[in-house]
Design a binder for this molecule. Structure first.
Ligand code: CA
Ligand code: CA
Ligand code: CA
Length: 163
C-alpha cells in the first residue's frame, strides 16, 4: 500500500518540525504571517516574511544561519515563554526539552547537512508549512482554507495536523 503523500507530509511535519506546533492552526498562521493586515496570506507575502525572518536571525550577516544563530534566536524567545512557568524545576525541564527540539529542527532545516541553513533551505521548509495551510492550493491562505481545515477536522481526517 502506498501511503497518501499528504498524510505522510503531515505526519513528517508533526514529527520533525515541532516549530510548526506554534503555527498549527491556520488562524494562528494567518495572524502571524499576514503582513499587511488584510486577513489572508499570499504566497509572495509569506516568502517576504520568511526573508525578513531569515535576515533577522542571520546575526553575522554572512547569508546563512549557523546552529548558534538559529539556537540563540530561539533561546531568546524561549526564555520569555518559559519565564512564565513558576516552578524552577519545571521551567528548566521545559527549557531543555525545547532546546533539544530546536536542535532537531536545525538538523531538519539543514537539508544538505552542511552545518548551516541556506535561504533556499529556509524557504523550502516554509513552503511545506504554507502548503499545509493552503488546503485548496490556490496560493493564498485565507478564510476558505480555515473552513476547509475545520471541515476536515470534523471529518476526522487531519486530527494530527490541527489538533
Ligand atoms: Ca550567519
Ligand atoms: Ca545547509
Ligand atoms: Ca487557499
Amino acid at each position: 500500500m502506498t501511503p497518501n503523500p499528504r498524510l505522510l507530509a503531515a505526519l513528517l511535519g508533526a514529527a520533525l518540525l515541532p516549530a510548526m506546533a506554534a503555527s498549527h492552526s491556520s488562524a494562528t498562521f494567518i495572524s502571524e504571517q499576514d503582513l499587511n493586515g488584510d486577513g489572508k496570506v499570499l504566497l509572495a507575502e509569506f516568502k517576504l516574511g520568511r526573508q525578513v525572518e531569515f535576515a533577522r536571525m542571520d546575526f553575522d550577516a554572512d547569508g546563512v544561519l549557523s546552529e548558534a544563530e538559529y539556537l540563540g534566536e530561539f533561546e531568546g524567545r524561549l526564555m520569555l515563554r518559559v519565564g512564565k512557568i513558576a516552578d524552577p524545576e519545571k521551567r528548566r525541564e521545559e527549557q531543555q526539552r525545547q532546546m533539544r527540539q530546536a536542535k532537531v529542527r536545525f538538523g531538519v532545516l539543514d537539508a544538505d547537512k552542511n552545518g548551516s541553513i541556506s535561504p533556499e533551505e529556509f524557504q523550502a521548509t516554509g513552503m511545506r508549512m504554507f502548503n499545509l495551510h493552503d488546503r485548496n492550493q490556490d496560493g493564498v491562505v485565507d478564510d476558505t482554507d480555515m473552513k476547509l481545515a475545520e471541515q476536515e477536522r470534523k471529518d476526522g481526517k487531519t486530527s494530527f495536523v490541527s489538533p
